[in-house]
Ligand binder design. Structure first.
Ligand code: ADP
Length: 572
């Protein structure tokens, strides 16, 4: 239907049958890209599956899906707090962008003790805390307290675990209002790690002028909580068609404002990029455990990518603080408006549409399966051109292994067997007319600055190696013993009996507070704790991150030697 050559190129196919509330924005994106949508699914496999909730919305065995297995679990308030805390233990300065947090109910005594200690050492410290139920969203069940004794430990909270967190009392205000930022981040790939950030996001405003928390105003949600879903019910909520006024604005409009006030906007962006990369580095180890469990290496399965919503609060001094990460950021491009008392209607929201359609469309452009094939072809042509021996035998060369992988898209082109035609097709952009990408790569672009933080990733690689049976997420006692033995960690000071005790102690404690009781055994976080314990024992006087790095090097060295030995024996 597009005529001529372009019509012969297969269009990218997208299954949108599970897109839920992101459907509207997805449809617009697909129209702009001229891709083929399958709103009711398709008998044949699609190139891309767009899920509204999770990886498991559909059973898929090929293509790409816009969710990672385990992401929803990973960004729950408790899991995220734990993952960030592990990183704070290793790198306290690098991870000071997340408020000090405690997990309830199990850390309640610790919370009480630590607050008392801090108050004793600094009597002028008058903190406020925010209690957030685990798994909650849209401000649901959140309340502020001045003292640990105000926690509602009775009733629902005990059955509903929560995180209690230091409340950031001095946020940056615009028009005297507190606001937060929703930034969209694309996790394009886990291995190798690839992260993109959208150049624009949304700012969500409170609807009551902000005052620092006092006993009198603690309960005023329109003053303290920036959730759109709460503030929309305030009489003061301002719907605006302009991106720089109203209760929901673009982040770029805020940056313009700040820049005109003389703020260092470049530094702010670089701090935000650093916060995003560090947060994802905290999440990747466990995500990899989920990934190998759902998509075991060597088995056919889809590859994954995911758009995440980062909620960030700017402090008065412009330091960005992470509030939370959303696995399913709202992609709705309309909002509810109360036309007359009790009568609601969905009306288009230009601000949402501008930001969200660009994020979805450009995510798809980055994931375009044909683009990858074209890139492969182009690379291949370059290498052919440089190779004198095959210059005159192009057709044969194109049947080589490298191009076999891209043969599907280029079959018709290969038949012609002419290099100039291939070159033409490979370089021809199907994206003419689209704006430049709104997503900016930050990793691996800045990998050099952050790779030293990826210690837990390497611990997770050890953990996964010893998981044994594919498809599990927990390590059994035999696996743990094999890990100790293969890495040569047991000696006269640390017998195998002590190894078993360490395993039992740590595993029992983690399982007693764990949310996931489906599998027995040691979860990754318990393994990380055991690993830190072993590192502290072996390298006593070093700072924790050096102890851990040294033990990882030690284990990796012994495992490489073992692999080498096995290889030699195998050959023999
Ligand atoms: P939910 O998932 O329910 O939206 P959040 O963690 O995003 O939970 O918190 C809801 C709102 O509470 C945030 O949008 C923010 O305005 C406010 N908030 C959360 N944590 C803090 C904090 N530590 N300091 C100040 N304000 C916070």
């Amino acid at each position: 239907e597009e005529g001529g050559r372009a019509a012969r190129r297969p269009r990218v196919t997208v299954d949108s049958s599970k897109a839920k509330t992101s459907l509207e924005a997805l449809k617009i994106s697909l129209r702009q890209l001229r891709w083929r949508e399958f709103p009711f699914g398709r008998r044949l496999p699609c190139d891309i599956y767009w899920h509204g909730v999770s990886f498991h919305d559909n059973d898929i065995f090929s293509g790409q899906v816009n969710k990672f297995p385990g992401m929803t679990e990973m960004v729950r308030k408790i899991t995220l707090s734990r993952a960030v805390r592990t990183m704070q233990d290793l790198f306290p300065l690098e991870y000071n962008f997340y408020p000090r947090s405690w997990i309830l109910p199990e850390e309640f005594p610790l919370f009480v003790a630590e607050v008392r200690m801090m108050k004793d050492s600094d009597p002028s410290w008058k903190p406020t805390f925010i209690v957030k139920p685990d798994g909650g969203c849209q401000g649901d069940g959140i309340y502020l307290i001045k003292d640990p004794s105000d926690i509602r430990l009775t009733g629902s909270i005990q059955s509903r675990p929560a995180v209690v967190q230091e409340y950031i009392c001095k946020p940056l205000l615009v028009d005297k209002l507190k606001f937060d930022i929703r930034l969209y981040v694309l996790l394009k790939s886990l291995e190798p790690l690839e992260i993109y950030i959208a150049k624009d996001g949304l700012s969500r405003f409170c609807t009551e002028p902000y005052q620092e928390p006092t006993l009198k105003n603690l309960h005023q949600v329109f003053m303290h909580l920036t959730n759109y879903s709460l503030n929309i019910h305030s009489g003061n909520f301002i719907h605006s068609d302009s991106v720089n006024t109203g209760s929901k604005r673009t982040f770029s409009s805020i940056l313009c404002r700040l820049s005109s006030r003389g703020a260092d906007v470049k530094k702010l962006w670089s701090d935000i990029i650093s916060l995003v990369i560090k947060t994802i580095i905290a999440l990747t180890p466990e995500l990899k455990v989920y990934y190998q469990s759902d998509i075991p290496a060597g088995k056919p399965g889809p590859t994954c990518f995911q758009i995440l919503g980062f909620d960030i609060l700017l402090m008065k001094n412009l330091k960005p603080m992470l509030l939370e990460v959303n696995a399913n950021p709202s992609m709705r491009i309309e909002h509810e408006q109360e036309l007359s008392p009790g009568v609601f209607e969905n009306v288009p929201s230009p601000v949402d549409e501008e930001v969200k359609v660009a994020v979805i469309r450009d995510t798809l452009r980055l994931m375009d399966p044909h683009k990858k094939k074209r890139k492969d072809i182009q690379q291949h042509i370059e290498s052919c051109k440089n190779n004198v021996n095959i210059r005159y035998n192009y057709f044969m060369c194109c049947r080589c292994q490298t191009l076999e992988q891209v043969s599907e898209a280029s079959e018709e082109l290969l038949d012609a067997g002419r290099a100039d035609r291939l070159e033409y097709e490979a370089s021809r952009s199907p994206e003419a007319g689209l704006p430049s990408l709104c997503l900016k790569q930050v990793f691996p672009k800045y990998a050099k600055q952050f790779n030293y933080l990826r210690l837990v990733d390497r611990v997770a690689a050890l953990f996964i190696r010893f998981l044994g049976v594919k498809g599990t997420t927990k390590l059994g006692p035999t696996g743990f013993r094999t890990f100790i033995r293969n890495c040569k960690l047991s000696n006269s000071n640390f017998s195998m009996a002590s190894v078993d005790i360490l395993y039992i102690d740590i595993t029992r404690r983690w399982n007693s507070m764990g949310i996931d009781h489906k599998e027995s055994g040691m979860c990754l976080q318990a393994f990380v704790e055991a690993f830190f314990c072993l590192a502290q024992k072996k390298y006593k006087s070093l700072p924790l991150h050096e102890q851990v790095a040294s033990l990882i090097d030690f284990c990796e060295y012994h495992l490489a030697a073992l692999d080498e030995k096995r290889l030699v024996c195998g050959r023999g």
